[in-house]
Design a protein around this ligand. Sequence first.
Ligand code: FAD
Length: 383
Amino acid sequence: MYSYPQLSEEHSLVRKTAREFAERRVAPLARRIDEGEYPRELLREMGELGLLAPHIPQEYGGAGLDFRSMVVAVEEIAKASPALATVMEVQGSMIAWNLYHYASEQAREKWLEDAAKGRKIIAFALSEPCCGSDAAAIQTRAEKRGGEWAINGVKLWITSGLYADAYLVAARTGPPELRHKSISLFLVERSPCVEVSPVKVMGVHGTGTAEVKLNDCRVGDEALVGRLNEGFQVVLDDLNNGRTCVGAIGLGIAEAAFAEAYAYTKKRTAFGKPIADFQIVQHYLANIHAQTEAVKHVVYTAALYRDTKDPAFPMYAQLAKVLASRLAVDATRTAMQVMGGFGYSTDSKVEMLYRDAKATEIYEGANEVIMNTIYRFLEKFSP
Ligand SMILES: Cc1cc2nc3c(=O)[nH]c(=O)nc-3n(C[C@H](O)[C@H](O)[C@H](O)COP(=O)(O)OP(=O)(O)OC[C@H]3O[C@@H](n4cnc5c(N)ncnc54)[C@H](O)[C@@H]3O)c2cc1C
């Protein structure tokens, strides 16, 4: 085990706690989650351990630590269940962060502690059937009627959408031509106005992916998160946290795939020797390891920059997401290849990791769109 200059002794302790929890509680349930079971109880347990939102102050249900602690915890949980890590990072790195930094006093008091402790689940509802990458084009509307906001629209691909107690909904509060300048965020509690239906996806099963219809949901001004018409700024802040955590999920997936493949190739024999003795297999594994170590430095640096408020954080968040998701896809494909038919079997862990890895190239922003952002940032951040 190497040490990383971005991380301290305290982060090693967080890693140890998360790893023990992942091995003891998550790994035995990972298959059930992959079969579709939403891990509600595990989220509660992680909340009690301070793993769900470690960066949130203790008085609001977090562990009073920092964002690097969140990233390290996500990485360890992802090794056992990328699906659980996905739900966890939305709840901790995006929702809890949002409530702490942008929600009204009333909403913060009502929701934050329960969210950070995993007692209440809040989904992040931005994408719509019309538009995911082009999020500034969303069509869900919030209109002021009789002192209340009336919200109508359809959200798609919403993680935890099936089971959430509330939804952080991006809605248009001005002319569509203003695009991102006429979008606001609202906290909408689940009630009969919210209609959810499951969406079948290739991987990250058990995350409760849903279509969420908002049929004239009514909320007051206290439900506004961030300022009116400035919700998109909050979304971008959220997504930078989320993308850093997707970096951690990608790392966890790659490390888990490597561990499976490394052990397998030592014991599997062909042509009278372990397949690990074939040089091409050694190079495949050495290549995953080399890439993983490089990406770790990027992901941990992104988290460090979040903690130190470094202006390079937004750039590093994009780099972390793109590099780690590519790594996850490469590593799981290679691991499956060197494990042959056993890797392709639905009984193997790498088969689950392979399916889960693909999602990391799409959710929290398709990699092509992130590359556009990286290009835009070049002028500001390149040496
Ligand atoms: C498992 C899963 C969970 C998700 N969870 C959530 C959630 O909790 N909340 C939420 O709000 N959303 C969620 N999403 C939605 C996700 O953020 C979107 O799928 C993603 O942003 C891409 O949007 P889209 O699917 O509409 O693809 P589109 O926008 O239709 O894009 C399709 C493809 O076109 C290409 N493309 C699009 N625009 C550009 C461009 N400008 N430059 C170059 N190429 C481009 C890319 O290759 C892209 O993959 C989730 C998605 C998945 C798959």
